[in-house]
Design a binder for this molecule. Sequence first.
Ligand SMILES: CC(C)(COP(=O)([O-])OP(=O)([O-])OC[C@H]1O[C@@H](n2cnc3c(N)ncnc32)[C@H](O)[C@@H]1OP(=O)([O-])[O-])[C@@H](O)C(=O)NCCC(=O)NCCSC(=O)C[C@@](C)(O)CC(=O)[O-]
Length: 314
Amino acid sequence: MSLYRCDPEPFSMTLPSRVQLIDVGPRDGLQNEKTPVPAAVKVALVHRLQAAGLTEIEVTSFVSPKWVPQMADNAEVMAGIARQPGVRYSVLTPNLKGFEAAVPTRPDEIVVFGAASEAFSQKNINCSIAESIERFAPVVEAARAAGIEVRGAMSCTVGCPYEGDIAPERVGYLAGLMKQIGVQRVDVADTIGVGTPRQVQRAFEATLAHFDLDHVSGHFHDTYGQALSNTLSALQMGVWNFQSSVAGLGGCPYAKGATGNVATEDVVYLLRGMGIDTGIDLDALIDAGVFISEQLGRPTQSRVARALLARRAG
Ligand SMILES: CC(C)(COP(=O)([O-])OP(=O)([O-])OC[C@H]1O[C@@H](n2cnc3c(N)ncnc32)[C@H](O)[C@@H]1OP(=O)([O-])[O-])[C@@H](O)C(=O)NCCC(=O)NCCSC(=O)C[C@@](C)(O)CC(=O)[O-]
């Protein structure tokens, strides 16, 4: 908690020297694709991300294939990965059924995913917030007994597509419940990318009442073009874990109109420019983004990639 400031001080006083990025492209980035993306392409994307230096990759989710058909190949994708030492592979598991299917695929971390908004919880996982916690509790207990790390994703921490603004107290309430059931770290997610820096800081302030700075991460969609500003505002508080998506892939099937996550390339460029180490090779990351964008048949959403590719082209 030592770095945390309610009133952020100038950058040089509070910025972490190192940032850990989790690329969620293979999961969050691809879950909303209408055309099936072959498992081999997903595996190749994971390989390119780890070759670029990503040490945390959110690979897939063990959810109902009726709800999210694109993730139906979860076990095949996990089995296809040539694991690299030092890389953590995570998967989403909304209930015991998903957890039991995930365990044989040897995830390093499972993610239970709840929402600060009741309406979003219902739309996304078909239950209330309280019911979701009841479902997660045995998943968390089983994961920890099996030595698997547990992360909790908290959606709609500043805004909800169905309820509008979300008060920080509701974020704090959810974070407290996640803590109570044994979740080890949580993501503060702006699912629909509506947040602005001070709102995002308030969501973190509410979360930091339950988790310390080493156990919170930022997950910002870029729908309104605020994701990099929000990243900077969280950095100013000392947050040093962030999620992002190569090529800015993504969108949530239950948040219509929401665009992808902030592009990993753009975050790496921002951090590099500020002298903050990520261990990621930006050129190799851009190549990974080009690969998946070509597979999907559309241009990268990363502005940094577009700019640097134009320079490469001469
Ligand atoms: C949670 C459920 C399953 C509840 O769905 P439900 O219908 O309430 O579940 P149920 O227990 O009544 O089961 C219904 C059917 O689903 C099956 N089922 C049940 N569980 C599983 C499972 N784990 N894996 C595979 N199948 C499953 C179950 O066997 C049964 O099959 P049937 O008898 O009809 O053939 C459903 O709502 C669901 O799958 N939702 C997934 C939603 C999702 O993946 N959303 C996107 C990820 S969240 C996100 O993107 C936000 C995040 C994390 O990125 C952060 C942010 O930006 O906010």
